[in-house]
Design a protein around this ligand. Sequence first.
Ligand code: 2P0
Length: 324
Amino acid sequence: MKCTAKAHTNIALIKYWGKRNESIILPTNSSLSLTLDGFYTTTTVDFREELSKDEFFLNDQLVSGEQYNRVTTFLDLIRTYAGKKLYATIHSINEVPTAAGFASSASGFAALAAAGANAIGLQLTDRELSMLTRQGSGSACRSIYGGFAEWEMGMKDDGSDSFAVPIAPADYWDVRVAAVVLSSTMKKVSSREGMKRTVETSPFYTGWIDSIPNDLKQIKEGIAARDFEKVGQIAEANCLKMHATTLGANPPFTYWHDTTLAVMQTVQSLRDNGIPAYFTIDAGPNVKVLYLPENENDIQKTLRGIPGVTDVILSRSGQGVTYL
Ligand code: 2P0
């Protein structure tokens, strides 16, 4: 009753920003992402009769507190589905540098769900696995698949139609992402708190929701045509709209730092100089830049030259969940 699974993180091009149900994690909008090969989590789940509770090791350190509670609560779901009251030892190794500003929750919950479900003997389709993963962390449900994936928000209250579906596999199109790491960090409003506050108080939130169907339609057309400019423009504009909602929240907040703006302006001036590059930003100050392989050297050199940038980590499109 033991299984090891590996899952990669993903970067949202159309952002998930808001929940309609916090306990089973149902979103207020559909989202679309690219899975990244450079950042992943490998997790082994070993269910054993002799254990009286779960034990969770992250990078070989025993974990307790809130992080442990999230993992054991998630395994409770798996135990309920399987109808088995067995506890597990969980070993996770994270290859997601926290400095790069990627949430490890996406790769973490995708790997945990895959390894846990398999170890306890559940035979799940990708869709069922995505639905299960969603209840650990929303964005993680997209990491079941490689390449481009869409999380369909669904309409039902029980979440049975809220899961990710594959749009195009990792080898469909060599789009790359540079994670731009900034030297200083801001006091962080967590993404959970940030999206909740925005949904509840921002007058701009309805504008965000209204704009999603067209953004999704356009970006899927862009992916189908391998039209990098179209995909980049939609992704960048969608990111700006998400971040605009936070300025309307009460109390207002922003994830941006002065260097965040400097990177955004540099990306726009790269375009003015004929190099196609587009940015996107999650719930933090770091910037991710989308580019094509032929521009990798120029992109990397330019981004590294921005004052306040400490590192630039390059990544390609990655695979979905695999079992080791
Ligand atoms: C995303 N983010 O689509 C968006 C864009 C941040 C900005 O998903 O509460 O860790 O576990 O469902 O998935 C980050 O939030 O939140 C996120 P929960 P999650 O990637």
